[in-house]
Design a protein around this ligand. Structure first.
Ligand SMILES: Nc1ncnc2c1ncn2[C@@H]1O[C@H](COP(=O)(O)OP(=O)(O)OP(=O)(O)O)[C@@H](O)[C@H]1O
Ligand SMILES: [Mg+2]
Length: 255
């Protein structure tokens, strides 16, 4: 079981988006995947999967030793299993995020467990790091987001996490953006994936559907498939039909 925390220094860079799409991409490669919302103060992971309410949540598991992990595991149609956080602020009372490590160990076997972390190096983010054995960073092509990776990677190294690399998200290819190689130079960590800025992704919370479900042959979805294959250590060949699908999507916009 590989336990990966999806982390960032700065908030809002796309951790939850990457976690959800990567999870579905890994499931498409035939892997068993569980995702867990490690961002308990502002949990959005389940929303990406179209889930806006759950009777039992991670908060219950973090509170009571008696709560059963099976009751907080929800199956998505992609095959991904989700442990959501509670959207109710009252459910934060009595929650001890340091129990996350124990809960992750109780998850029924999965090839991959992905923890959607809170940003930064606060208590929640550190608890997610301490529950994982590997870390995947998400950043945007700007100096604020990229330089924050340095801080978080120092903590990750201290904990002894294997650093998978950086996902560079919301790339617009503007002249003022940092390039992948500049980010590698600043952080000393390889950029393993570049996800374009995408209107489809921006709409995904509203639709409760990830881009990989909305348009599996879009450029952004193919990037998530490549990322999943890289992490799984497998070769991924872009299906020829994806080009045909993209042409069809392009023309269908006019009719
Ligand atoms: N590649 C992208 N193109 C366009 N919009 C994006 C992209 N990636 C993420 N977004 C949008 O940016 C916003 C923040 O994304 P997301 O919630 O995944 O970030 P986060 O890092 O998990 O935030 P937080 O730090 O609050 O947990 C969302 O509205 C999301 O739809
Ligand atoms: Mg998030």
């Amino acid at each position: 079981m590989r336990v990966i925390t999806i982390a960032s220094g700065k908030g809002g860079v796309g951790k939850t988006t990457v976690t959800a799409n990567l999870a579905i991409a890994l499931a498409k490669l035939g892997k068993s995947v569980t995702v867990i919302d490690g961002n308990i103060t502002t949990p959005h992971l389940a929303m990406q999967f179209g889930m806006f309410y759950a009777p039992t949540t991670l908060n219950d598991l973090l509170k009571e030793k008696s709560a059963n992990i099976i009751d907080a595991l929800y199956f998505h149609e992609s095959g991904v299993r989700i442990i959501p956080g509670s959207l109710n602020v009252r459910d934060l009372q009595g929650v001890d995020i340091l129990n996350l490590k124990r809960i992750v160990k109780e998850i029924p076997y999965s090839d991959f467990v992905l923890i959607d972390s809170a940003p930064g190096i606060g208590r929640e983010a550190v608890a997610a790091m301490q529950s994982a054995s590997e870390i995947l960073y998400v950043t945007n092509p700007n100096i604020a987001a990229a330089s924050d990776i340095i801080k978080i990677s120092e903590v990750a190294k201290e904990i002894g996490l294997k650093q998978i690399g950086i996902v560079l998200n919301m790339v617009k290819r503007k002249i003022y953006e940092l390039s992948a190689s500049e980010i590698e130079e600043i952080t000393g960590i390889p950029v393993i994936s570049s996800i374009p800025y995408s209107n489809l992704i921006e709409q995904s919370y509203l639709l409760g559907k990830t881009v990989i479900e909305q348009k599996p042959y879009s450029k952004e979805s193919i990037e998530f498939m490549k990322l999943a294959a890289y992490i799984a250590g497998e070769e991924y060949k872009v299906p020829l039909s994806s080009y045909l699908h993209r042409i069809k999507d392009f023309f269908s916009a006019f009719f």
